[in-house]
Design a protein around this ligand. Structure first.
Ligand code: FES
Ligand code: FES
Length: 159
């Protein structure tokens, strides 16, 4: 099966009904995307598919073959952080860090759709990504910090 991940074409030999999360982590070594609940309840496994946030633990890999998949590894780069990643650093958002790849992918999808989200929009979207460390106030601050900056450019590999 052919996948397009972070702008690269990747071939994987897996059954079509395997969750995308396992293919990313076990086949492609992209371990930035985390396993939390496995039931679309926590958001730790969030990636983008054609720019939309999807919970990769419940997406069958066969359903996204040929679509542009972006993981946290492809959101920005060491040389050029995504504006949200820079804001995350600036505002010391992570605590233990486990949920943060999913939080960033969720936030990136949010600001792409709503470049200047209100508190209510932020809370509505981000409360679905569970953070046991309670970093929500810093997440909100970091999202506000990028409001109005260009965050909606197509992601690597996205057509
Ligand atoms: S691991 Fe996918 S939503 Fe929790
Ligand atoms: S930073 Fe620890 S779970 Fe979110």
């Amino acid at each position: 099966m052919k996948l397009k991940v972070n702008g690269e074409d990747r071939d994987v030999d897996v059954p079509a009904d395997v969750p995308l999360l396992w293919v990313l982590r076990e086949e492609l070594g992209l371990t930035g995307t985390k396993f939390g609940c496995g039931r679309a309840l926590c958001g730790a496994c969030t990636v983008h598919v054609d720019g939309a946030a999807r919970r990769s633990c419940v997406v069958a890999v066969g359903d996204v073959a040929g679509q542009a998949i972006t993981t946290i590894e492809g959101l920005g780069s060491d040389e050029k952080l995504h504006p949200l990643q820079a804001a995350w650093v600036e505002h010391n958002v992570p605590q233990c860090g486990y949920c943060q790849p999913g939080q960033l992918m969720m936030a990136a999808a949010l600001v792409r759709k709503h470049p200047q989200p209100s508190d209510a929009q932020i809370d509505a979207v981000m409360s679905g990504s569970i953070c046991r460390c309670g970093t929500y106030p810093r997440i909100r601050k970091a999202i506000h910090a990028v409001a109005g900056t260009p965050t909606g450019a197509p992601e690597s590999g996205e057509s």
